[in-house]
Design a protein around this ligand. Sequence first.
Ligand SMILES: [Zn+2]
Length: 318
Amino acid sequence: MMTLLMLSMITGCSQSNPNQGTIPEQSPQAQATVSTPVAQLGKTKVVTTFLPIYLFTKAVAGNVADVEILVPPGTEVHEYQATPENVKAIATANVLVKNGLGLEGFLENTVKNAQNTKLAEIDASKGIKPLNEISPVVKTAKEEEDHEHAQGNPHVWLDPVLAKQQVTNIRDGLIAADPANKVTYEANAAAYIKELESLNNEFQRTLQKTPSCTFITFHDAFPYLAKRYNLKQVAVVQIPEDQLSPTDVQNAVNAVKKYKVKALFSEPGVDNKLLSSLSKDLKLTLRPLDSLETGETDPQHYFKAMKANLQILETSCK
Ligand SMILES: [Zn+2]
């Protein structure tokens, strides 16, 4: 009878029950049978927009919340069109985490269609002052002006220091939405932030040897990283394109004439023949620099990809 009473007490407990810690000791067996379903039923459902935000949120949430991703890795985020599954995912979620700074253009209508009045939204870039054109962006075709980032450049996750700010914002938002797991969110965030700090130190140490190193990109993704480590990005194209136009090529040639350019960077996994022949003509090595908009879904992938970026930068800037 006593066991039954305790069972019903525990099952009836919400996660935020302040008495949780005072439940009398029970046999390990009773604990095992009771705690599993309770934990699963009580899990907060968090949807994130795209890869870096998923990685940061998953790192903070660990196993105490369910974390999903709306834009599947491998899909372009800048021009993403929402699916009916995205609407369903948001409709049943407790929390939505976005990068913000205008990156997720698909989100506003998708959230409206989901009609989830209880949804808590976390803007991971809250408090970050966006850059507009810190890098000299060479304007290309006229239609590109449609895609101009009205709220500044959104690629803040590529600066480990700003990534720290994003992780902190995500941590605070998760704690507000799910205070019962505050201790876990704080510990997970602290461990990830520690890794971000040592990554930042590694970038500082390595790149201080090559100040003002100038590189050309075909995606305006690295102005925050460049600013942080005293490099110079010249973006010929703002948003990655399948095909470079003759104007893009001419802009790259002009940029090489105008600046002392050390390297041309393309996206990983892209085999662009035009870019390869351009790099030969310009006598600059073409290497991949990862914007992390796509990749593996393990939170450690951020460090793996960023360390690979650092190696590429170090080699190119020598
Ligand atoms: Zn981008």
